[in-house]
Design a protein around this ligand. Structure first.
Ligand SMILES: [Mg+2]
Length: 369
């Protein structure tokens, strides 16, 4: 299964990757969203040269090779780029077995429960409540996540009083039969996070994400130890040392790796296994409707320690104009669940119109070091 070419199709926001082998296999993957044009450069400069001409059978070994050869570059772009290779190879492996990736790993659910995830912090509590209610009626969502505090906010709110207001209004408007989850995006010091956490507990909020700056695990653990509500985190992290520390020292109750920030499917599964040993659930971070949500669904559908819901962004094209028509079929939610099609691989086709409008680059076997 010799890898003979790696192609990228990208714009500023999102990039698809196609890997081809000597035997005629073709797999599609994706780098991480945002600055995807930069990640595509990294694919061709720092990933492709190390794997072209090699067998694609052992994905773990190929990942290791890239990361070791590029060990002076332990930053996010290498992992964002590596995700493109890794996920394209999983597509090939599953297609060869005539199974979905999820089935290849032993899972076979018809659907995965999701939570409706808001990305907006500028939205008023009234407007958030109104759109959540409409979504609940239309798609049957049973869980919703919304934003509180200010991103990396040093204890500030987006505007004074917004956090208390939105928690109260959403509980009032949506009723007691839905789960409410909040994300503070590194907003608080421990003292403030614990104060906010008690208010959240009073309203039956069940998940408090990234209460403190994520680079301060001791702060986050302090908050977890002081509250009954589940504390979650980890979306930015890609270093296995950090994951091991987070798990061994019990920083959070729920782990949230992002497949694309992690460097792909393989390394995310590695985190899920570490979490399983420590009896911790994994609720993957996937904050847009690109392939990251599909990758995450295939993991959530196949691991024994999947959290209660898959994240599912409710932001449409008015908010994320770039996530339109990249591939088909698109996501379908029924009764608060994402339907799984289990066609071979990821079960999608890249949209030819989208591909033709993207920037194209190819590395092939003769271009390796
Ligand atoms: Mg988050």
């Amino acid at each position: 299964m010799k890898i003979i070419s790696i192609e990228t199709f990208t714009n500023e926001y999102i990039g698809l990757v196609r890997v081809r082998t000597e035997e005629g296999d073709e797999g599609w993957g994706q780098t991480s969203a945002y600055n995807a044009d930069i990640s595509a450069q990294v694919v061709h400069r720092q990933v492709a040269p190390h794997v072209l001409g090699r067998s694609g059978l052992d994905i773990t070994d190929l990942n290791r090779e890239v990361l070791e050869r590029e060990h002076k570059f332990p930053g996010t772009y290498l992992y964002r780029a590596l995700c493109g290779l890794d996920t394209a190879l999983w597509d090939i492996h599953a297609k060869r077995a005539n199974k979905s990736v999820c089935q290849l790993l032993g899972g076979n659910p018809d659907s995965i429960p999701v939570y409706a995830s808001s990305m907006q912090r500028e939205i008023t509590p009234e407007a958030e409540a109104e759109r959540f209610l409409k979504l609940k009626e239309r798609f049957g969502y049973k869980a919703f996540k919304f934003r509180i505090g200010k991103e990396c906010g040093h204890d500030l709110d987006q505007w004074p009083g917004r956090t208390e207001d939105i928690v109260m209004q959403l509980r009032q408007v949506l009723g007691d039969d839905v789960a409410l989850l909040v994300d503070a995006n590194s907003a608080y010091t421990p003292t403030k996070a614990i104060e906010v956490g008690h208010m959240l507990q009073d309203y039956g909020v069940s998940h408090f994400e990234e209460p403190c700056p994520y680079w301060k695990p001791d702060w986050t653990r302090q908050v977890k130890d002081a509250l009954d509500i589940d504390i979650s985190g980890g979306e930015q992290d890609n270093d296995m040392r950090i994951w091991k520390h987070m798990i061994d020292t019990q920083v959070v109750n729920i782990l949230q790796p992002d497949v694309c920030y992690m460097g792909g499917f393989t390394r995310t599964l590695e985190v899920a296994k570490l979490a399983q040993k420590a009896h911790l659930p994994v609720t993957l971070h996937c904050a847009n409707l690109s392939l990251v949500t599909l990758f995450s669904a295939h993991i959530m559908g196949s691991i024994p320690n999947a959290g209660k819901y898959l994240e599912f962004s409710i932001e449409g094209l008015d908010y994320y104009h770039w996530q339109d028509n990249i591939f088909s079929p698109t996501f379908k939610i029924v009764e608060g669940q994402l339907l799984m099609n289990h066609k071979p691989g990821w079960g999608i086709e890249a949209n030819p119109d989208w591909l033709s409008q993207s920037n194209y680059q190819m590395s092939h076997e003769s271009s390796r070091f």
